[in-house]
Design a protein around this ligand. Structure first.
Ligand SMILES: Cc1cc2nc3c(=O)[nH]c(=O)nc-3n(C[C@H](O)[C@H](O)[C@H](O)COP(=O)(O)O)c2cc1C
Length: 193
């Protein structure tokens, strides 16, 4: 982690918020893509996501700890670096609805909420089935996040929801690169890719 302000850094930092959805084990693909574009990556996982993730693999790739919980009061501050961009991918029904409402009961949600408030480019890539995606709270959440400037890759031109129970068939098609593009995570000079 690099605690220097953005203006003093010579590299770009992406915060990747990962939620507990079926495609989460592939989140290393998102990390690899961002690293290949020359960005540093911090991963903030929801507590639910941890069961899906190979945390050691993500930490080896990024060189940074995967953070899933707030520090305890009095513990040394070790929050993520001030990001240049943030993506929520995969984003669950649960986290999308909570983020839109301003609920901040996980470290990952707090990080995303603050990024939106700071005006950092934020993009959200849901992995949510059609039964959940049709619910009024979800539809309202997507609209609300978009009204705050968040890029939500959902619906026509974005990620289309899958019938319940078929998410496993869509994992390979999950557009990790598109969510990076939406957050402005483009290749920087000197990057590996
Ligand atoms: C095996 C498994 C797969 C799941 N897949 C999804 C999914 O694809 N999308 C989703 O929104 N929730 C999914 N869930 C439910 C979420 O994990 C659950 O709603 C959880 O509370 C989300 O927490 P989070 O938003 O903090 O990550 C899945 C749960 C399990 C156990």
């Amino acid at each position: 982690m690099d605690g220097r302000p953005v203006a003093e850094r010579d590299h770009r930092i992406l915060t990747a918020v990962v939620c507990g959805a079926g495609v989460a084990p592939d989140a290393y693909r998102l990390v690899e893509l961002a690293l290949n574009r020359g960005w540093s990556v911090d991963v903030a996982a929801t507590p639910s996501a941890l069961a899906f993730l190979d945390v050691a693999k993500l930490e080896a790739l990024t060189g940074n700890p995967v953070i899933s919980e707030h520090r305890r009061p009095g513990e040394v501050r070790r929050s993520l670096s001030e990001a240049d961009a943030l993506v929520v991918a995969p984003a669950t029904f649960n986290t999308i609805c909570k983020l839109a409402l301003g609920i901040s009961d996980t470290y990952a949600l707090s990080t995303a909420a603050e990024a939106i408030g700071r005006g950092v480019p934020v993009a959200v890539l849901p992995f949510v089935n059609a039964a959940l995606a049709g619910r009024k709270p979800f539809v309202a959440a997507v609209e609300s996040l978009r009204s705050e400037g968040v890029r939500v890759l959902f619906g026509p031109g974005g990620w289309e929801p899958h019938p319940p129970g078929t998410g496993g068939e869509r994992i390979d098609a999950f557009p990790w690169a598109a969510v990076l593009d939406a957050a402005g995570v483009s290749a920087v000079a000197g990057g590996a890719g």
